[in-house]
Design a binder for this molecule. Structure first.
Ligand code: PBG
Length: 329
């Protein structure tokens, strides 16, 4: 076996899996204001960016040959109806218009995350209904109303597509949302807008740093009544089946490294484009080890990304996208 491992030229010739900047997507967190670049404590090198700064960042991403951007927003105000998610002047809507105006960003696919958690005052991904006697945020007596949430998600998707999103990506995990979003897009003459569904999204501790970045931590309870239990792989396949039947064009698997087996199972079962999201906690834990000198940054980063591609992902959403593109030269 060692004959083909002798030189880098030989290793390169027989390499089975490759990384390419064009198959990497970089997340951006848009915030109100001007000239703002606020670093996220638990995610070195990742920032909350005002729209003007986000355009500069996007131009850099385009110059590095990245495939696209995934956009999240931190609205100026939050409320129980997540009004900021579908406002004409919403923060991501403004960002999309600015990105579309920059010719330097033409090579990037803009993907808009569709979820309510960044826009609700309570931080849940849907409409909260109180079932108890102890007030509206009684942590023991509430549920997330699936069907009441669907029209708001559909409205958000339409608003983002109208503002210029090339793809909408629902991450809320309400049942039936792909169907509701597809119908609303079609009715709004947006039949060409694809849906990238976070079909297989687990209730994960690895989203912790993101909730600091997007200011979206639930104020009470957790997301386990709508995101999947981490122990279930068959259920993940059912989620994907349903989203495909409802009209999803692509699916996103999430998180990535702790769920490589789920990515592999989906790859073997489905022929549509499959993305994987190397989430905030995966990035933060690697950075924590880099900061201590415990892991070699570049090698560990690239190895983590190759593992996700080898598991079967066609493209990867990762906070390492820019660093990886630079490393790949
Ligand atoms: C919104 C959303 C989350 C992430 C992506 N979209 C947070 C969550 O579900 O709590 C997490 C991404 C990351 O951790 O990098 N619902």
């Amino acid at each position: 076996m060692r004959r083909l491992r002798r030189t880098e030229a030989l290793r390169s010739l027989v390499r089975e899996t490759r990384l390419h900047p064009g198959a990497l997507v970089y997340p951006l967190f848009l915030c109100p204001g001007e000239g703002i670049r606020k670093e996220i404590g638990s995610m070195p090198g990742v920032f909350n960016l005002s729209v003007d700064e986000a355009v500069k960042e996007a131009e850099e991403c385009a110059a590095l040959g990245l495939g696209g951007l995934l956009l999240f927003g931190l609205p100026a105000e939050k409320d129980v109806f997540a009004t900021g998610a579908y406002a004409e002047q919403g923060i991501v809507q403004q960002g999309l218009r600015a990105l579309k105006a920059s010719r330097a960003c033409d090579s990037l696919v803009t993907i808009a995350d569709v979820c309510l958690c960044e826009y609700t005052s309570h931080g849940h991904c849907g409409i909260v209904v109180n079932d108890g006697a102890r007030g509206p945020q009684d942590p023991d007596h509430y549920h997330i109303d699936n069907d009441a949430t669907l029209p708001l998600l559909a409205r958000t998707a339409v608003s983002l597509a109208q503002a210029g999103a090339d793809i909408v990506a629902p991450s809320d995990m309400m049942d039936g949302r792909v169907e509701a979003i597809r119908a609303a897009l079609d009715a709004a003459a947006l039949a060409d807008t694809p849906i990238l569904s976070y079909a297989s999204k687990f209730a994960s501790a690895f989203y912790g740093p993101f909730r600091e970045a997007a200011d979206s931590a639930p104020q009470f309870g957790d997301r386990r009544s709508y995101q999947m239990d981490g122990a279930n792989i068959r259920e993940a396949m059912r989620e994907i089946d349903l989203d495909l039947a409802e009209g999803a064009d692509m699916v996103l698997m999430k998180p990535a490294m702790p769920y490589l087996d789920v990515i592999r199972a989906a790859r073997e079962r489905y022929d549509l484009p499959l993305g994987a999201y190397q989430v905030s906690g995966e990035y933060s834990m690697l950075h924590a080890a880099f900061a201590r000198g415990w892991l070699e940054p570049e090698r560990a980063m690239l190895e983590s990304l190759v593992s996700i591609r080898r598991a079967g992902a066609d493209f990867i959403v990762t906070y390492f996208a820019k660093d990886a593109a630079r490393a790949l030269g």
